[in-house]
Design a protein around this ligand. Structure first.
Ligand code: R1P
Ligand code: URA
Length: 321
């Protein structure tokens, strides 16, 4: 694969370097998930899908592209509206690749909703759905662990960022549609914490490493009493949506953060299925994942097509190619 433009690499066909998609292959309305198998489960709700397609395959009448870096993009229509599903793998860097590369190849406003899994710090049980209206980032403070520093450092071992908000209408629509599918008592609102590790910065105890995280849950709840969930991507989605510009800036009119308007080209939201109940130590069963995933997926698709994008500049995404 030969690429040009070191600043934003693309190949001769206009495919982005990591997600591997080009203009015309992606809808303005996107569900993003971690697991490619979840993307395939969700794709079964798209219009015109052949339900005899083998379980692990994408139906041949949908557009799909698997990139060399592990991203899987599927595009079709839901109730007549073009939508895409993009599986990104795990972690904040993958979310950053996804948001920036998808934004680069689509014209007009976009909506991106993450359907992920999470750990619950609240009373939400395994199989319940959490819909966070904002997210902060929990990062290991690497300096704290530098040789000879930990015992004397006054800094804390983990750093919590400021919160960034989701789009309120997207969140309200997700809560409504999730409640319709699962019942009010299985849908939770609150704040998400995105961690830079599944282990240390999510308070998991691992005696093979010095993590100094025994008090982390207490610290998180003290920092933000409405902390509901711990996972690994949502903060970057909310953060980038809130720093997205209405139209690509011209170099000469580059905005500073302080001057950025409150209008953005990306509307973002997220919801997570509770896989790990961190207070009771329960973990979800395979059967519960298989039960909840498609139902939650339908609620996300319903929300994705219900929220207005502001104008009708939606791409007519490729179908059947
Ligand atoms: C960790 O097991 C992964 O699960 C969660 C975390 O954010 C992390 O990516 O989300 P997904 O199920 O979407 O991957
Ligand atoms: N994903 C996470 O990041 N953490 C959990 O505990 C479960 C899923």
């Amino acid at each position: 694969m030969s690429m040009s433009n070191a600043n934003f690499p693309m190949d001769a066909e206009g495919r982005t370097y990591h997600v591997g998609i080009k203009r015309g292959e992606l809808a303005n309305r996107i569900i993003t998930v971690g697991d490619p198998a979840r993307a395939i489960v969700l794709s079964r709700s798209l219009d015109g899908v052949d339900h005899n397609t083998p379980a692990k395959a994408v139906c041949s009448n949908l557009f799909s592209h698997a990139s060399h870096r592990g991203f899987l993009t599927i595009t079709g229509r839901y109730k007549g509206t073009p939508v895409s599903i993009v599986a990104i793998g795990m972690g904040v860097s993958m979310m950053d690749f996804f948001v920036r590369e998808c934004r680069a190849v689509v014209d007009g406003p976009m909506i991106m909703i993450r359907l992920g899994s999470c750990g619950s710090l609240s009373d939400a049980k395994v199989g319940d759905i959490c819909v966070p209206s904002s997210s902060y980032m929990v990062q290991r403070n690497y300096d704290y662990f530098a040789d000879g520093t930990a015992s004397t450092a006054s800094a804390a071992p983990y750093h919590m960022s400021k919160k960034f908000d989701a789009d309120p209408e997207v969140i309200a629509t997700l809560v409504k549609n999730m409640s319709a599918q699962l019942g009010d008592n299985h849908v939770w609102k609150g704040v998400n914490a995105t961690a830079d590790s599944f282990y240390s910065s999510q308070g998991r105890q691992d005696l093979n490493f010095v993590d100094d995280n025994q008090e982390l849950f207490t610290e998180l709840v003290k920092y933000e009493p409405e902390t509901l969930t711990l996972e690994m991507e949502t903060f970057v989605l909310y953060h980038l949506a809130r720093t997205s510009t209405v139209a690509p800036l011209k170099e000469e009119s580059r905005l500073t953060a302080a001057a950025t308007s409150n209008k953005h080209s990306i509307r973002a939201g997220a919801c997570m299925m509770v896989f790990a109940q961190r207070k009771s130590n329960d973990f979800i069963s395979k059967e519960d994942v298989a039960r909840v995933e498609p139902i939650a997926g339908k609620a996300v698709f319903d929300s994705l097509v219900e929220v207005s994008l502001g104008d009708e500049s939606e791409l007519h995404a490729t179908e059947g190619s």
